[in-house]
Design a protein around this ligand. Sequence first.
Ligand SMILES: C[S@@+](CC[C@H](N)C(=O)[O-])C[C@H]1O[C@@H](n2cnc3c(N)ncnc32)[C@H](O)[C@@H]1O
Ligand SMILES: [Zn+2]
Length: 215
Amino acid sequence: MPSAKRVKSPLYEVRRSSIQGRGAFAIRPIRKGQRVDEYVGEPITHAEADRRYDDSDGRHHTFLFILDDDTVLDARTHGSDARYINHSCDPNCETIIDDGHIWINAITSIKPETEIAYDYQFEWQNNYEPDDVRYYACRCGTAECRGTILKVPVYLRATVRKWLAGDDVPKPRKPRKKVAKKIAKKAAKKASKQAKKKTSTKKAAKPPAQRKVMR
Ligand SMILES: C[S@@+](CC[C@H](N)C(=O)[O-])C[C@H]1O[C@@H](n2cnc3c(N)ncnc32)[C@H](O)[C@@H]1O
Ligand SMILES: [Zn+2]
């Protein structure tokens, strides 16, 4: 007799989200380190991704995830429910790219009803201006929210905060590598001090191995 196939029951379901549109919500307890899902999509080139999502409607919304320098996964038509996982600046998941697969793993334990999210960390482009930062505004609503789903370089964080508050101060020059390292070290020290102060057991999320495609 053929053995019965084990059907895995899903860890989350898609519902309306207060962050944006639809989101993924845990329906079972998820352990820290547990694999939540795979980001599945149609493999396309970066040029094709740019062609498909030209943002001409004035709003940023994509189902893209960069796999590597040549390939982007477009989950709009050939995707799994993982495409509905929203961005958070204080995420409970991270993404790992391994052997051509994009995995979404929990970095904290997640209770049922909690929205599942990871940090998109869209790559910063040097020509960004205040309007671009506002275009990629973040609505994660967490205390850690940096106001934008862009990954903001350390030397620009204070500037971006001002831009988001409506004060369009000029962009500072990119510091030389040595100075940039010093600034990053200082910021990391500050972040680790703040993390220690927290009573929760949460650890800072590792950045995802790859970012979503920019417009
Ligand atoms: C892969 S979709 C995620 C699912 C999306 N909520 C939906 O219903 O289609 C990614 C898009 O969701 C939106 N999004 C996700 N997280 C966001 C956040 N924290 N703040 C604002 N928009 C967000 C952005 O428009 C982004 O391009
Ligand atoms: Zn945020």
